[in-house]
Design a protein around this ligand. Structure first.
Ligand code: SF4
Length: 447
């Protein structure tokens, strides 16, 4: 049978990006992508420990693969990602038909582990630290014109609801030269937009500055250097932590022509008491101050956020604090989550969990408020002309989906070539997208 691989990815952009590296490693070994589990020789489940029911999803998927493995013992089943790092030997105990469990720091060992499982049976490699950045591995990217670039995996914070520091380890920044070389290579191959990825991008570099120095973060400098890369046209980044935000990042956002007018700025809660319980070391007024400074320096910047509803101990008064900040901040969009405990986190063992029906009712109020604000913010775009990057076919036949620099989705009638830039007049607005018509090819940026 031809050597083919199938990768199923769960979770965030960091996992999507790791999957591109896994595909790169398997491709470099001569394998090609499979379309279904039946024609795959290797199946990789790249797991996420953050989302609700992540383990149920994993074991459900593994249960479906069991009969296939029984029919085809030569099939190799690999579990990678955050849940592999967290559950380790538990996975092969519950699903002994899994051939390889590979943690988040051990991707470079993937081929060796698969090979060893042929002769020595099930393999596991969970190490505590990254020795080789996955970014040193080859990648097979899903898009030809956009790419994620990991700048600093891991996180040094300890938000009490979050499993990331446990499964991804402390922050480890890549060298600036390394990142630039990757971005330059991507731009030379036709990539026009990069998203710089880190759990906390604005502490990028704090762990690699000269020992004994002030451990100054280098994120603003990185933005300026990536901005100078020829042929690149857009730079995005995600996510900054409000606590670590610094004025030099705002200055760089304002000065760098390619840095898009969009920031994802996670609020999590509008109650100082809940922020304290979450160990988020900023307070609501400080958050709003930063937002005002960003908006003053970067006109028309679009702001998105994350909000958790029903954190343990959250009272109605705390929740009203969140609604108040949402009303004042006027986010362009928000990812809203109902709190659910993640085993292994501190919040999971906190008292005063909020009843499910109360969480649901608060969540509905928050979503209704944010939907109204998002629609108002989108309606304010009607009549403007904006540059969009065409992403591909829209959901309606013949239509095209594109994205503004402010990260708003625009639906266009015409079939346009993915990866091209077009100027668009916004003719309509809905809760989650704009409608527009192309008015001409967009002028290239100064490079
Ligand atoms: S900053 Fe907090 S929420 Fe973000 S990855 Fe680190 S611990 Fe998790």
């Amino acid at each position: 049978m031809e050597r083919r691989y199938l990768i199923r990815t769960f979770g965030c952009q960091m996992n999507e990006h790791d999957s591109e590296r896994i595909a790169g490693v398997l491709t470099a070994d001569g394998m090609t992508p499979a379309h279904t589990p039946d024609d795959a020789r290797v199946i990789v489940l790249n797991t996420c420990a953050i989302r609700e029911n992540a383990d149920n999803k994993l074991y459900g998927n593994l249960g479906h693969l069991k009969p296939l493995k029984e029919r085809r013992p030569d099939l190799k089943i690999v579990v990678a990602g955050c849940l592999a790092q967290k559950d380790q030997a538990e996975i092969q105990r519950k699903a002994p038909w899994v051939d390889v469990v590979v943690g988040t720091h051990a991707l470079p060992q993937l081929l060796e582990l698969i090979d060893r499982s042929e002769t020595d049976g099930p393999q596991m490699d969970i190490r505590e630290h990254t020795e080789v950045f996955p970014t040193a591995l080859p990648a097979v990217r899903n898009d030809t014109f956009r790419a994620w670039v990991s700048i600093a995996p891991g996180c040094d914070n300890g938000c009490t609801f979050c499993i990331v520091p446990l499964v991804r380890g402390p922050q480890r920044s890549r060298a600036i030269g390394d990142i630039l070389a990757e971005v330059q290579g991507l731009a030379a191959r036709g990539v026009v937009e990069v998203t710089l990825l880190g759990q906390n991008v604005n502490t990028y570099g704090r762990d690699v500055t000269v020992p004994g120095s002030s451990r100054t973060p280098l994120f603003a400098r990185l933005l300026r250097e990536v901005d100078a890369v020829e042929r690149l046209r857009r730079i995005r980044f995600t996510s900054p932590h409000p606590h670590d935000f610094t004025p030099d990042v705002i200055d760089a956002m304002a000065a760098c022509e390619k840095v898009c007018e969009h920031i994802h700025f996670p609020l999590q809660s509008g109650s100082d008491r809940v922020l304290q319980l979450m160990r988020r070391s900023y307070r609501r007024e400080r958050y709003l101050e930063w937002l005002a400074r960003i908006r003053a320096a970067v006109p028309d910047v679009a702001v998105s956020t994350d909000i958790i509803v029903g954190f343990p101990g959250e009272t109605e008064e705390d929740f009203l604090g969140t609604l108040d900040v949402v009303e004042r901040a006027r986010f362009d969009s928000a990812y809203t989550f109902q709190y659910s405990p993640r085993p292994g986190t501190r919040a999971a063992t906190m008292p005063d969990h909020v009843a499910a029906d109360v969480v649901q009712e608060r969540f509905d109020r928050l979503v209704a408020l944010q939907n109204r604000i998002t629609l108002e913010r989108n309606q304010a775009q009607v009549g403007t002309t904006v540059e969009v990057l065409v992403e591909g076919a829209g959901k309606k036949g013949g239509s095209t989906q594109a994205r503004t620099r402010g990260n708003r989705i625009v639906h266009l009638e015409h079939g346009l070539e993915p990866g091209t830039f077009v100027d668009v007049r916004v003719t309509g607005a809905a809760a989650h997208h704009l409608v527009g018509e192309a008015v001409g090819a967009s002028a290239p940026l100064r490079v």
